[in-house]
Design a protein around this ligand. Structure first.
Ligand SMILES: [Fe+2]
Length: 169
C-alpha cells in the first residue's frame, strides 16, 4: 500500500487525490459492512434498502477508481479509520441484540451515520474538485453525493415504521 508522508499534501490537488483514496476505502469497507447488515437485519424492506445500497456502493467505488486513475494517483485505497469505527459500532449492536426490530433500529442508525459521514466527505471532495477545475470529477462526485442523500432519506422513511415496532418488540 502506498503510504502518505507529511510532504505529500503540499497543495489542494494532492490533498484531493488522497481524499479520493480514503473515500475508496470508505466504499470498500461499506460494502463489507452492508453485507453483514443484510445478514442480520430482519425487516424485509430494510434488507432490500441495504442490498440496493450495496450495489450502488460497488458502482461508487468503481467511480472513485476511475477518478484516481485519471489523476495518475496510487490506486491503493488508504484505510479510513472513521468508517472502520462506524462499521464496528454496527457489529457491536449485532452482538448486543437478538434478531428483530430493536436490532434493526440499531443497524438502521449505524447505516445513517455512515451515510452522513459519506455526505460530508463527498461534499468536501466535490467542492475541492470544483475549485481545482476538475469539472468531470465534480459531476461524478456530485452523482454519488445525491445517491448517498437519497439512501439516507429512504432509511429515514423506513425508520418511521420500524422504530415504532421496536418500542413494543
Ligand atoms: Fe457510498
Amino acid at each position: 500500500m502506498g503510504l502518505i508522508t507529511p510532504n505529500d499534501y503540499d497543495n489542494l490537488r494532492a490533498l484531493y487525490t488522497g481524499q479520493l483514496r480514503y473515500l475508496l476505502s470508505t466504499e470498500n469497507q461499506t460494502v463489507a459492512g452492508l453485507e453483514s447488515m443484510i445478514k442480520h437485519a430482519q425487516d424485509e424492506q430494510l434488507k432490500q434498502a441495504f442490498q440496493s445500497h450495496k450495489q450502488e456502493t460497488q458502482v461508487q467505488a468503481e467511480r472513485l477508481e476511475r477518478l484516481i486513475a485519471d489523476l495518475n494517483g496510487d490506486a491503493d485505497d488508504l484505510k479510513d479509520p472513521i468508517i472502520t469505527a462506524l462499521i464496528g459500532s454496527g457489529v457491536n449492536i449485532t452482538r448486543e441484540s437478538s434478531e428483530g426490530p430493536v436490532r434493526d433500529a440499531g443497524l438502521l442508525a449505524t447505516a445513517q451515520k455512515i451515510e452522513h459521514y459519506e455526505i460530508a466527505s463527498y461534499g468536501a471532495a466535490t467542492a475541492w474538485a470544483t475549485t481545482l477545475g476538475l469539472t468531470e470529477h465534480a459531476a461524478a462526485l456530485q452523482k454519488t453525493l445525491e445517491e448517498e442523500k437519497h439512501s439516507n432519506e429512504l432509511l429515514n422513511k423506513i425508520a418511521q415504521r420500524t422504530n415504532s415496532e421496536a418500542v413494543v418488540a
